[in-house]
Design a protein around this ligand. Structure first.
Ligand code: F6R
Length: 616
């Protein structure tokens, strides 16, 4: 939610800021703005409601003098609608200071009342303006931007990242963070700040994490980090694992199309270096080895697609490691007084590593004594930094707002964890682990085949269905979370009412929704599976077909039993049951994207959403 970028150096701050905002636009896209200090030390700013393109046009019409210091913001509105006035930056110290913000200042109403009583007037409806006025007043008193920021953050409740520039502090950008993301980019004679490394990766891959409750001051040749009490703080440097081209569209019509095409690589890269001679090798879990051997329960936390990946993982981890696994939405978990202790392994799943609901849940779990493991796709993010251990997915940057390749990478990481736990607990022997890994290693090629074989037909189906008002998705066992994921993609991308159900639940109510012409996607388990699930799902198909449903089945190659009852069959290659979700989810991702495209919608930036949900 909200993207933030800051720059000091001898380059063009406008270019750096606009370039950074382009890469951060996935975080919020209802308004954008920048503020720069001119070489003469004047402070100039432009801000406009609408997508970044509107600001870029404004800058073309009303250029700003381009100095080497500036800040930029792309907004996802919380307090105050998406208008020019509410767009960031906001101003303090009589317009001499500009400030941008990501997060929510919870005590803004009382601070606002205090500032109004002190004679300040407000232009916007935002909580941010309070911080701008406070930093401005503190700068007026101290003449020091870092100290002004420090005095301000001491007074703020809530979650925030703030960046500020002041016309009397040339060549300086000051940032502060509490429970909201901010990373430093280290250049030669220039330095950067960003909500994530995408903001500056085209200029440098050297980055630094900033801890909770810390303030950073960047100048062209220095970076200083202190905590909120003013004491110096250490910051950890890391190298960004991908380069700028990975976050480019690279000729694809959309990031989503590119990212679906990258699903095979997302699995392969998450596996890379983590298997050795038929065994799982996860050295990143060495630090928690003792804790892992003492756990008696796993609790997976996440939101949206990440939670569905957790649900898929549950089936496999329980089957392989014979340990109870619960999956819970982070925001529900946090507020129900859950029972936890040091024998619970809390596994958070988050692409961004910044989702506030999941971060708060992880913090709560730690306070209760649980061990925490983060499955995350973003280096230097807050959740992995605050967890006992991290298993990074290596899906590469995911720019489209709706998650696709992150899902398959998350499932892969959970499977590696499941096999690791099974090995530790002795519930699978070495041959069984090796057999599962062989299956897992075959997945990337199979996903590739699904994308190649099904995309064209799915695009035709999507075109044909572009007037559809409602679509249902059914699945069982590991196919159930796949059905939920298919429905979520359709809701968020194509704005179509969609529901995912466990197929067994159908007769307990949802079957009443079936009327002639209702489209139902059914994720069909393999007929080779020794359980009777295939037969049961085929019976479910017959039941809805008898009531007029149009059935699109996602079924294994060679499954002929489903053919007489389905209007359309999308084929996936043969795989052992636990690996089917990694294949059956792909056509559903393609379908969501194609239906949105057929409706003329922006598949990368669906309405009302932001990729990184950093407010509760
Ligand atoms: C759906 C989607 C969201 C995210 C959810 C969690 O396509 O992208 O449901 O999965 O907001 O985000 P992360 O994984 O960043 O915690």
């Amino acid at each position: 939610m909200c993207g933030i970028v800051g720059y000091v150096g001898s380059g063009s701050s406008l270019e750096v800021l606009v370039g950074g905002l382009k890469r951060l636009e996935y975080r919020g896209y209802d308004s954008a703005g920048i503020a720069v200090l001119s070489p003469e030390g004047d402070l100039g700013a432009r801000k406009r409601a609408g997508k970044l393109g509107v600001l870029v046009e404004e800058l073309a019409e009303n250029p700003l003098p381009d100095g080497g210091t500036g800040i930029g913001h792309t907004r996802w509105a919380t307090h105050g609608g998406p208008t020019d006035v509410n767009a960031h930056p906001h101003f303090g110290d009589g317009g001499r200071l500009a400030l941008i913000h990501n997060g929510i200042i919870e005590n803004f109403a009382e601070l606002k009342a205090e500032l109004v009583a002190a004679g300040e007037s407000f232009e916007s409806e935002t909580d941010t303006e309070v911080a701008a006025l406070l930093v401005g007043r503190a700068f007026h008193d101290t003449g020091d931007l870092t100290e002004a920021m420090r005095r301000t953050v001491e007074r703020l409740d809530g979650a925030f990242t703030l960046l500020a520039v002041h016309r009397s502090a040339p060549g300086v950008v000051v940032g502060a963070r509490r429970s909201s993301p901010l990373v430093i980019g280290l250049g030669e004679g220039e330095n950067f700040l960003g909500s994530d490394v995408a903001a500056f990766v085209e200029h440098t891959r050297r980055a630094m994490e900033i801890g909770e409750d810390q303030i950073v001051t960047i100048r062209p040749d220095s970076v200083e980090v202190i905590d909120f009490s003013g004491a110096p703080a250490a910051a950890k440097e890391f190298e960004v694992a991908w380069d700028a081209s990975a976050a480019e569209k690279g000729g694809w019509p959309s990031f989503m199309k590119k990212e679906i095409a990258e699903e095979p690589d997302a699995v392969a890269n998450t596996l890379r270096g983590r298997t050795h001679d038929g065994a799982v090798a996860l050295p990143e879990l060495d630090g928690v080895a003792e804790a892992l051997s003492g756990i008696n329960r796993v609790l997976v936390l996440g939101c949206g697609t990440a939670a569905y990946a957790g649900m898929v993982g549950k089936y496999a981890i329980e089957a392989w490691a014979r340990i109870p696994v619960d999956v819970e939405l982070s925001h529900e978990f946090r507020y129900r007084d859950p029972v936890l202790d040091e024998h619970t392994l809390v596994v958070s799943v988050s692409q961004s590593g910044e989702t506030m609901d999941t971060l708060m849940a992880v913090r709560y779990a730690r306070e209760q004594g649980a061990r925490t493991l983060s499955i995350c796709n973003t280096q230097g993010a807050t959740i992995p930094r605050e967890s006992d251990a991290v298993l990074y997915t290596h899906a590469g940057p995911e720019v489209a707002v709706a998650s696709t390749k992150a899902f398959v990478a998350q499932v892969t990481a959970l499977y590696l964890l499941g096999l690791h736990l099974a090995t530790l607990r002795g519930t699978l022997d070495a041959d069984a682990v090796a057999a599962q890994l062989t299956e897992l290693e075959a997945v990337p090629t199979k996903i590739q085949r699904v994308v190649e074989a099904s995309s064209a037909r799915i695009a035709e189906l999507a075109h044909w269905m572009s007037d559809t008002q409602s679509v249902l998705f059914l699945g069982r066992h590991v196919g159930f979370p796949v059905a939920l994921e298919g429905a979520l993609k359709l809701k968020e991308l194509a704005y179509i009412h969609a529901e995912g159900f466990a197929a067994g639940e159908l007769k307990h109510g949802p079957i009443a929704l079936i009327e002639p012409g209702q489209i139902v996607f059914v994720v069909v388990p393999s007929p080779r599976d020794p359980s009777s699930l295939h037969k049961k799902v085929v019976s479910n198909i017959q039941e809805i077909r008898a009531r007029g449903a149009r059935v699109i089945a996602i079924a294994e190659l060679g499954d002929v039993a489903v053919v007489p009852f389905a209007d359309e069959v999308i084929r996936i290659p043969l795989a052992a049951p636990f690996f089917e979700p990694l294949l059956s989810v792909v056509p559903l991702h393609v379908f969501g994207m194609e239906l949105a495209t057929a409706k003329g919608l922006d598949v990368d930036q669906p309405r009302n959403l932001a990729k990184s949900v950093t407010v509760e």
